[in-house]
Design a protein around this ligand. Structure first.
Ligand code: IVH
Length: 670
């Protein structure tokens, strides 16, 4: 396709995709299937790859992410981002209403809104395009998180309609819907990583990630609640909300315009109970004077507007008795203390157990068996114990001594510097760890041996038929048949499932090994980058650190894992059984050796490719990607915002610096 036609096609596709995006994420009324949507997007991305110069900053392809932010720039806010003053009681709300009345007289209205519990964001639009997204920071200046925010589907990249001022700012909240949060947290725990404490931490952590593709995957949401700008001429806040809704912003569907404080109190009462049914977390409600001219009369104090106030709900809390504490041993040996509670009803479910996280947490609360404790429910799947009602403490209680040996294998527990968690170091022989590893290995996202559940694994371990994952491949139907609850058919099924797993692609095999911190995404990344287990096992610290999202902890975990004799033996044995330890020839097609013997450092942000794609291209063409500049570096490929220190060093060592285009020409891609 020639460039002119491509340009028109890209324009048409972009409009179409953004319209569907709006229907899906803002209106929640999709008119095409996800499959059809993905096809349109794929088509756009293919065209843009062919003509990278035609990629616009508001292209829907930006939502997929890929660009890396090494450092978030600091931006001064045009209007300071101040917060609201909080109220906690009906009395305080009535006082607020009195103050408003004294200043503006008897005629005024309020807009009641939910107070979303997320991260405040300022979105700047110029000539209808999103140009900058900035966090609150200290209120005066915040971080530029534009690349990451562009992946959030409910943030318009381009304004709909034509009646918008040249420059304006829309403020809102970036938050994580509960369903997605729970799913991702469950995955995290599965990978042996500590789960996020709550959706708000999750949202703020995600916004600060370097890899925007990962941000895109996490599916944050945005709701807008405030319009600002010199040329905005709208008289009422409620109208502003309706206007920005027309422009394509997602505005909360729970906003309510009320005539007086009674209306506000009704709204407060309604959400006091109904808030637990929402698909996201709120920590209160926000009340705003509707008239903009009255807002101006009321003005601001040094810290907050006088025309708005937040009302904070007490977190939902019940009291119950702590009966005992038990300790669970995870796949990676981490010990989790669990409170066994006298059953109690909380937000519609009966709570019997709650995580106590770690020893520090227990000590901090000075919790004792027999104590009456407070149990709260937040965004977490499991409720948490937040404190002790000391007044109700029975006589003769004792401080809780955290266990010092593993409850399962009686090995002395260890606690490493700076880590709140106790770990059973007997990874080799501790039964729940062995079982956990095998369960992880056969799991759906790993080797996907469906015929094999937790009970079967338990049974095989009990009969000494397996000791680690590789033993699965020695099993015969004859060995399984005589076991409890087994028969000819079920045994044959199990063997067939194990056999079928031999074609599992390398990236999933790598995930299946259960190396600490190596989740699904990272396993994929490592497989793509290193191509084979051999190459990955040979990689040194510096090479590993060159992989985006791999820091010292993860690189260290990989090196430690491969250093271990037993792990090496396990890998060798699996390899001998025919498990895939390299990407297949099909996946490797298109490889050349144009860059053979040359090493590359890449730095900055690229326009046509993500950082990972650049590294992929280097390796697909026989070159080597390294993390830092040294005299052995052959070339530096520099994108935008390359760090000055690197550039300086490159100059000093006389290393040629290539632009993205020059590099593409080098591998004959343009
Ligand atoms: S209005 C000047 N409305 O709560 C007006 N804030 O301390 C400023 N928030 O930082 C904010 N939902 O992050 C407003 N419907 C809503 C809100 C909301 C959540 C957050 C916001 C702000 C904090 C108030």
């Amino acid at each position: 396709m020639d460039k002119n036609t491509a340009e028109k096609e890209i324009e048409k596709l972009s409009n179409e995709i953004e319209e569907h995006n709006y229907k899906y994420y803002v209106l929640s009324q999709p008119t095409i299937s996800d499959y059809e949507f993905d096809k349109l997007l794929d088509r756009l991305i293919t065209l843009e790859k062919q003509y990278p110069e035609l990629i616009k900053p508001d292209s829907p392809s930006q939502r997929v992410g890929g660009a890396i932010t090494k450092e978030f720039g600091t931006v001064k806010h045009k209007y300071p981002m101040i917060s609201l003053s909080n109220t906690y009681s009906i009395e305080e709300l009535k006082d607020f209403d009195e103050r408003v009345r004294k200043t503006v007289g008897d005629r005024y209205e309020y807009v009641c809104e939910l107070k979303y519990d997320g991260v405040a964001i300022s979105l700047i639009y110029e000539k209808g395009l999103l140009t900058q997204a900035v966090t609150r920071g200290d209120g005066i200046q915040g971080d530029d998180v534009t690349t990451n925010v562009k992946t959030i589907s409910s943030v318009p990249l381009r304004i709909k309609g034509h009646d918008y001022p040249d420059e304006f700012e829309v403020r809102g909240e970036i938050f994580m819907p509960l369903k997605g949060f729970r799913k991702l947290n469950a995955e995290r725990e599965e990978e042996g990583d500590e789960p996020f404490a709550n959706p708000r931490n999750f949202a703020s952590g995600t916004l600060k990630m370097q890899d925007s593709a990962e941000v895109a995957r996490r599916k944050l949401d945005n709701v807008s609640y405030y319009l600002l700008g010199q040329k905005v001429h709208i008289d009422e806040h409620y109208e502003c909300l309706m206007k920005i809704k027309q422009w394509g912003f997602k505005v909360s569907e729970y906003v309510k315009l009320v005539k007086n404080i009674e209306g506000v109190l009704n709204f407060v009462a309604k959400w006091e109970t109904d808030r637990h049914k929402l698909p996201f977390e709120i920590d209160g409600i926000v009340i705003k004077v509707n008239s903009v001219s009255q807002q101006n009369v009321l003005g601001f104090t040094a810290k907050s507007p006088r025309w708005a106030v937040a009302f904070k709900y007490q977190p939902l809390q019940v009291e119950t008795v702590l009966n005992s504490i038990s300790y669970q041993v995870g796949r990676t040996g981490v010990i989790t203390p669990v409170a066994n509670l006298h059953p109690v009803l909380l937000a519609g479910t009966t709570v019997r157990r709650a995580s106590l996280y770690n020893a520090d947490n227990i000590n901090k609360m000075d919790m004792r068996v027999g104590d009456t404790v407070y149990v709260e429910k937040g965004g977490e799947v499991i409720p948490k114990v937040t404190g002790v009602n000391i007044a109700k403490r029975p006589p003769h209680t004792h401080r809780i001594e955290f266990i010092t040996v593993c409850p399962e294998c009686h090995t002395k527990l260890v606690r490493s510097e700076g880590d709140a968690r106790h770990v059973c170091p007997n990874h080799k022989n501790c039964p729940p760890q062995i079982k956990g590893r095998i369960e992880h290995f056969v799991g759906r996202k790993a080797m996907n041996i469906e015929s094999m559940g937790s009970e079967t694994i338990e049974l095989l371990l009990k009969h000494n038929l397996i000791h680690d994952a590789s033993d699965l491949y020695d099993l015969t139907a004859k060995q399984i048949e005589p076991l409890e609850r087994m028969a000819e058919k079920s045994a044959a099924n199990i063997i067939a499932g194990i056999e079928a797993s031999k074609t599992t692609p390398f990236e999933r095999v790598l995930f299946a090994l259960g190396i600490i911190h190596v989740g699904e995404t990272l396993a994929k990344k490592l497989a793509r980058r290193f191509k084979s287990m051999d190459a990955l096992m040979r990689a040194d610290m510096d090479t590993l650190l060159g992989v985006s999202d791999v820091g010292k902890t993860i690189a260290g975990a990989l090196i430690d894992y491969f250093k271990d004799e037993d792990n090496r033996r396990l890998i060798k044995k699996l390899e001998n059984k025919g498990i895939r330890f390299a990407v297949s020839a099909e996946e490797m097609s298109g490889d050349t050796d144009i860059l053979q013997g040359k090493s590359f450092v890449i730095s900055g942000v690229f326009t046509g490719h993500s950082r990972d794609e650049m590294i992929d291209l280097i390796e697909k063409n026989g070159g080597k990607h390294v993390g830092s500049v040294s005299s052995k570096t052959s070339f530096i490929v520099a994108g935008e915002n390359m760090g000055p220190a690197k550039l300086e060093k490159a100059k000093r060592l006389n290393i040629p610096v290539l632009s993205e285009e020059e590099f593409m020409r080098m591998i004959n891609k343009k």
